[in-house]
Design a protein around this ligand. Structure first.
Ligand code: HPA
Length: 267
């Protein structure tokens, strides 16, 4: 059987993306902003997951954004689907093997800050993993002791701030706390998260950041805020709301990433 690396490398041809973007729930719209699109369904890539979450397509879309080669992963798998925190290991290893150096992770998240309301885009500057899970558990070599002090790439964050100012996209910043899901948090958990220093909560991204750092990939991450977190409004949370609100913030995020690439191209 042809490996995922071979299949993807052949599909990419002369396109040699250095950056990959993992798309979160309801954020698939970014794929439409790409020119010269190449689509490879996950089903053609051995070891790639089948996400059963509605709002996730399960395909790679490669192309150019602001003229810069990029690979989008539409259809991440979450810990809560199979209980496997390393579910995204093969996709990330495959990206690394075809020459990707940086992964930009995106997600939908609940905000703990009333001043970062639904529809906002928040750049993740750090994270809290109090889940008790880690995708490197069981990894045998000393490489498992990955430093996480500079997990989020300073240079990309600097460029993203400048790109936001340039493109008129308001960009919040904050700490993201990973909850396993799939149930949403309780109001008491949100109060605890706030006490611990979280600004937003979500069910993804943290395992991928850990795996990416393990693989030597630089990381950046952005949340589209789809709701205020549990207990903040009195309303019940739902995945329907996530899917409905995500594209609004997703359009802002697409503009921001286009401006980021434009800026990096000029450097
Ligand atoms: N909690 C966890 N994950 C989420 C939320 C939330 O409030 N909103 C979108 N994804």
């Amino acid at each position: 059987m042809t490996s995922a690396v071979e299949t993807l490398a052949v599909a990419l041809g002369d396109l040699q993306p250095r950056t990959a973007v993992v798309l979160g729930s309801g954020l698939g719209g970014l794929a439409e902003a790409l020119s010269d699109r190449i689509v490879v369904p996950f089903a053609q890539l051995p070891g790639f997951p089948h996400s059963g979450v509605s709002g996730h397509a399960g395909e790679i879309v490669a192309g150019r954004l602001s003229g810069v080669p990029v690979i989008l992963l539409s259809g991440r798998v979450h810990y809560y689907e199979k209980g496997d925190p390393a579910a995204m290991r093969t996709p990330l290893e495959t990206l690394k093997a075809v020459g990707v150096e940086r992964v930009i992770l995106t997600n939908s998240a609940g905000s703990l800050m009333p001043e970062i309301p639904p529809g906002s885009v928040m750049m993740i500057t750090d994270h809290i993993n109090w889940s008790g899970m880690n995708p490197l558990i069981g990894e045998a070599s000393d490489a498992r002791f990955v430093g996480m002090t500079s997990a989020y790439d300073e240079a990309t964050m600097r460029d993203a701030r400048a790109a936001a100012a340039q493109s008129g996209v308001e960009l919040a910043e904050g700490v993201y706390m990973w909850f396993s899901g799939p149930s949403f948090e309780t109001p008491a958990e949100i109060r605890a998260a706030r006490t611990l220093g979280a600004d937003a909560v979500g069910m993804s991204t943290v395992p991928e950041v850990i795996l990416s750092r393990f693989l030597g990939l630089r990381c950046a991450a952005f949340s589209v805020i789809t709701n205020l977190a549990a207990g903040m409004t009195g309303a019940e949370l739902s995945h329907g709301e996530t899917k409905e609100v995500a594209p609004q913030g997703g359009a802002k995020l697409a503009r921001l990433l286009a401006a980021l690439f434009e800026r990096e191209k000029a450097q």
